[in-house]
Design a protein around this ligand. Sequence first.
Ligand code: NIG
Ligand code: FE
Length: 411
Amino acid sequence: MHAPSPPILLPRGLVTAPRVVTCDPRLPGPLGVIEEGAVLLEQGRVVAVDRLANLTAHENPVLLRGQGLLTPGLVDAHTHAAWVGSRHGEYRLRLAGAGYEEIARAGGGIRSTMRAVREASQEAIERVLWQRLHRMLDQGVTTVEIKSGYGLDEASERKQLQAIACARAASELPRISPTYLALHALPPEFDGRRPDYVAAAQRWLRSFAAEGLACAVDAYLDRAAFSVAEAEPLLRLARELGLAVRLHAGQFADVGACQLAASLEAVSADHLEHAGPEAIEALARGGVTAVLLPVASFTLNQAPPPVAALRSAGVPLAVASDANPGTAPTESLPLALAFAARSYGLSPEECLLGATRHAAASLGFASETGALFPGASADLVLWGLPHEEALIQPWGAPPVEAVVLRGARVR
Ligand code: NIG
Ligand code: FE
């Protein structure tokens, strides 16, 4: 359907910049900054990262010369990017004071996008997703986690996951980590039969895992969504099948999702606006990454999550867009970073690590991307900015000079 345009691999050579921010923990400082630095690339991989003066000796040609900042490609660890339709009418109601959960109870919200996804063909979903991922690349995002969760029946969830798989196979698009969002909302055909829906989702999970359509499983655990007791058997099955677990946890209420995340060795607990002290302690104990979604809490007019407590407990912090038509109407990870700084009080360093190394680690990509080190995938961004602190200022639209994805220049 799409005319694929395979990007052309750069030859062996250097990408240089006055300020190279590697995010490599083996280098000094929180971000491993190299002034007058360069990244040596070959065959899609990083061969060396050093001061330019130390890398020119071997007659490596300069392929790209940045004017300011060079960072790893950004990693968006929580998106619902495979959605279609529009929820503008509902947004208008919310602007007039209607609540998110209230609209959901009346059959809108996630169920509204479910209707649009059920009606759409796989090709239609692919088309929208393709365009969205290209716009994400425009903003320096080279890795994206994408959830299903709007089909809410086997065929429609598979349709979403297959559209994601199709994008995942395209070398021109960001690296994709697909997640089966198994428990998002109860579809109308299961009204009054919640246990049957959870049991059905377990059967679908077995199929999707066997078909290789998901790397992780997610569930929305909240007072108006699913309970820990409902989700636990399904999530344990996911772990037995070798899938990672990521959870929507504590968005509206602390229902024990973080404790469950820790007991399942989940890779992430996301949202956390209502995570209490025991929840935070569980995340720290379980080594679970907190994925912060500041656009969602801004949209919902919520107070921030307990960032200071998460930080002092040593919980790794990631920041993601949550791109979805209900709570986070944006595709911009840089916008989420701007909000993380302004409304959550994250430092510029925490913002950048939250959208690179910590996000990549939560997706199981620590040895592949999220930092610049020998052996990593050559995913990097040249920004028209003088310093990493400037990344969080041009809200949602930091100027990109070039994007290199798997060693190919794609912007
Ligand atoms: O991450 N609240 C649960 N899920 C999404 C929103 C989904 C929607 O409203 O379409 C979230 O906020
Ligand atoms: Fe979400």
